[in-house]
Structure formats: C-alpha cells, structure tokens
Design a protein around this ligand. Structure first.
Ligand code: PLP
Length: 359
C-alpha cells in the first residue's frame, strides 16, 4: 500500500485495502466453523466494503432504517438482522420483514405485533461481569429478566411473532477467552429459558465487540479459539463483529501542511483532521501511523489537523522523523468507526477522496 499511498492525486484520502479485507474475512469465516457470521454495518457501511465482505459473511446486522435501506440496495439478497434501541414506527414497518429483528423492549414487541408476522430474537441485558471491556453495553440496551418474561407473555398471545432465540451484545474490547466465558454464561441462562418458552431450535446471537488493540496494530483477535469454543454451545450460534473485521483495512492518508514549535512543543499540521477521522478523539488514543516519505532519527511531536480546536489531535507526543510540508503520513487502523462517525462539515474543508485497493 505504501507506494500507492504516496502517488495519489489528492490528499487527504481514505484508502481501503479490499484485497486484505477479503482474506481477513475469509480467515474469520473459516475459524468460526458452524457459527454464523453477520457483519455489523455500523462499523463501516461503505458499499465497496459491504460488497467485499458479502461472499464471506452469512448476513449483515443493521442498527437503523437508514442502514437497512442502504444494505438492501447494496446487497439485495443478503440476510439481515435489525437491532438497536428506540426503533421508530417507520423502522419497525421496514423491519418486520428482515430475517431477524432484535427486540429491545416489551413495548417494541407490542408495536411489532400490530404489524403482522416477524422473526424475533429478544435482546437480553443480563447482569454478567465483563472484565477488561472497553465499553460495557449497560444502560438502555436490551432487557432484564423481568422484561424478558413480560415479552414471553406477549409472545404467547401473538402467534404471528416467532421467537427464535436471544441476542446479547454485552460489551466490547474483550479477548477471545473472556468473550467465550461470557457466551457460555449467556447460553447457560438463555437455553433453558428458551426451552421453557417452547423454542425448539434455539438461536443465540452473542454480538460483536471482539478486541482491537490500537496500541499493537499487529495483534489480532484469536478467532480460532473463539470459533472452536462457540461450536460447543448446543444452539445455532451467531456473532456480529464490526470493528474487528474492518478496522485493519482502512488508511487515512494525508500530507504535512506546516511544522511549528510553540512553547517548546512541536506540532505537525496535517491537511484534514479529526472531522474526517474521529477515532482517536472518541477512543482517547494515539492513532497508529506510518510516515511514508521521510525517515531518520525520531523526535517528539504532536500530529494535528486543520480544525480550530485543541481537540483536533491524531496522536500526541509521538516520535517522528524530520518532516517538512509535502511529506505524507498514513494513519492506519482507520477502516472502522472512522469516516462514518466523523463530523464531516465542521469548518467546511474539502472532503477526502476514497480509493479502493484491490491488490
Ligand atoms: C456495535 C454493535 C456491534 C458491533 O460491535 P463491534 O465492537 O464493532 O464489533 C454488534 N452488535 C451490536 C448490537 C452493536 O450495537
């Protein structure tokens, strides 16, 4: 990718490595064995990315009506699952025809019942410990046992609603062994509960949240261990990773506009900013990067963008070789929760271009 990235017509640009993404997705698919793989579109819904992933996934998980419409247009035949809190009437009207809808509350279930038939997983929010998680999905997501039991009553009165199983996306940023333990705890609770409520071929969607370590770009989630462990659960198991599928295959590439030292601190001012790549601000980390056009002894500098806010920082106090305007830097691990979570119009700078690398 290096050579490619230094010869672009304009900067900044997102480069998506579709060839790398394809082989990464294929290896995840292989490691998961009988477990179904749905990609969580909210990590990166770029149409080329969806098309690249499609042959290697069993479906796409969407979190809004907008995502559902986009996915249906991009991949008309793909299976879909629709989750997320606060679904509107319009969204439920679209969603009652998806392959699986993840119900977030008893009142959502009642509204769904009025729309005709649908295929349901109930989203559970069980009081399980999630050690070392980067983000715990407590709060408004899913239902506790009382609400789940309330749903069971509703389901008994509404045969047009087919209960297939339980969904539980409890936390993100965990390693394979921790996630596996959590999946077993979910299964221990959910499978007897589903059996009691007459579900014969239970489905268990154990969500996404597989760890991505931005401070160690070479490491990968242990899909082999996870897949082997999940295959022991006596149910149709499904996972819906987002970040761990696409994070590694996007670069945000840009050039140096200015280098300055203020009060003893050196700043490298780059074209663009965190309105294109918000990931380091939201995660509070230094975005990993490669300097593509300069080498030499590193000295500390802070990499910033063009925004008029001190928060516009890609990486603070990192070692960089001597840089001058025109040098090119690639921020790596920018393929998930990057462009699509950024506030593009702030300051009205030009948008990045998008380049798709097919290998
Ligand atoms: C965001 C989300 C995912 C994907 O999470 P990642 O951390 O990107 O793997 C999966 N399922 C649900 C319900 C989500 O909200």
């Amino acid at each position: 990718m290096n050579e490619h990235a230094t010869r672009l017509d304009s900067y900044p640009a997102y480069i998506y490595d579709l060839a790398g993404l394809k082989s990464h997705a294929a290896s995840i698919r292989a490691a998961l064995g009988p477990t179904e793989l749905f990609y969580a579109a909210k990590a990166n819904p770029d149409a080329e990315i969806l098309r690249t992933l499609a042959p290697h996934v069993d479906g796409i998980e969407v979190s809004s009506g907008g995502e559902l419409t986009h996915v249906r247009k991009t991949l008309p035949k793909i299976r879909t699952a629709f989750g997320g809190p606060g679904k509107t009437a319009e969204e439920l009207a679209l969603a009652h025809r998806v392959d699986r809808i993840h119900v977030e509350s008893p009142s959502e279930l009642a509204r769904l019942a009025a729309l005709g038939s649908s295929n349901i997983l109930l989203r559970a929010n069980l009081p399980l410990k999630t050690p070392n998680a980067a983000l715990t999905m407590s709060g408004p997501f899913g239902m506790d046992e009382d609400a789940l039991n309330e749903c069971a009553y509703l389901l008994a009165d509404h045969p047009q609603l087919t209960l297939h199983g339980v969904h539980a996306h409890l936390a993100s940023g965990m390693d394979a062994r921790t996630m596996l333990k959590l999946a077993y705890r979910i299964a221990e609770w959910a499978l007897p509960w589903l059996k009691d409520h007459g579900v014969d071929n239970p489905e268990l969607n154990v969500g996404g949240g597989m760890a991505v370590d931005y401070s160690r770009p070479q490491t990968r989630f242990d899909w082999e261990t996870y897949g082997a462990g999940l295959s022991l659960i006596p149910a149709k198991v499904r996972v819906e990773p987002g970040r761990s599928m696409t994070a590694y295959h996007g670069w945000y590439v840009t050039d140096v506009l200015d280098v300055k030292t203020t009060h003893g601190e050196t700043y490298i001012i780059l074209r663009g900013g965190t309105h294109h790549l918000r990931t380091p601000v939201t995660k509070g980390h230094n975005q990993p990067f490669k300097v593509l056009t300069a080498s030499g002894i590193g000295s500390p500098a802070t990499l910033v963008g063009q925004l008029c806010t001190p928060k516009d920082v890609f990486a603070r106090n990192v070692l960089v070789p001597p840089l001058t305007p025109g040098d090119i830097i690639a921020f790596t691990m920018a393929g998930a929760y990057a462009w699509n979570i950024s506030h593009h119009d702030f300051l009205m700078h030009p948008k990045p271009s998008f380049v798709y690398w097919e290998g």
